[in-house]
Design a protein around this ligand. Structure first.
Ligand SMILES: [Cu+2]
Length: 154
């Protein structure tokens, strides 16, 4: 009897932390594409790392500089690279999601101001567990290379 009690008390109990889960999402190298005055759309990019043991997803974003912020990806359709709105960007447990020109991005639609290189914009990310993350995202000039000379794509 005494012996079994000893065994019981030595059992390791794993305590589930109820801490802020979004803190387990790390944002690396965020930036937004510089656009001149009069251009209505831009996009933001970053790497999202999930240090938690559960799959997470980015499900929404907001910014005071844009009327609408959407999550987008690029798909090949009819031989053309096209942007498509998506509901979520999955960040697997222990993994990353990379948002980059020509791929996944956060689309800033209806800009109320030019995005000048060297400035920052506020961007709020919302995750599937309801947590949010406030970012200050530097604006950078991005060469679109041979893909999009027009500067209209992201
Ligand atoms: Cu887009």
């Amino acid at each position: 009897m005494f012996r079994s009690l000893q065994i019981l008390t030595s059992v390791m109990v794993s305590v589930l932390s109820a801490g802020p889960l979004a803190a387990e999402i790390q944002v690396t190298d965020p930036y937004a594409r510089a656009v001149p005055a009069g251009q209505r759309n831009s996009a933001a990019f970053m790497v999202l790392s999930n240090h938690s043991g559960e799959d997470r997803a980015l499900v929404a974003a907001e910014s005071p500089v844009a009327e609408t912020v959407e999550l987008h990806t690029h798909v090949m359709a009819d031989g053309m690279m096209q942007m498509r709105r998506i509901e979520r960007i999955d960040i697997p447990a222990g993994g990353t999601a990379t948002l980059a020109p020509g791929g996944l991005h956060i689309m800033l639609i209806g800009l109320g101001q030019p995005l000048d290189p060297g400035t920052d914009i506020d961007l709020e990310l919302r995750f599937d567990d309801g947590e949010t993350l406030d970012l200050e995202v530097p604006v950078r000039r991005i060469e679109m290379g041979q893909m999009h000379r027009s500067g209209t794509a992201h």
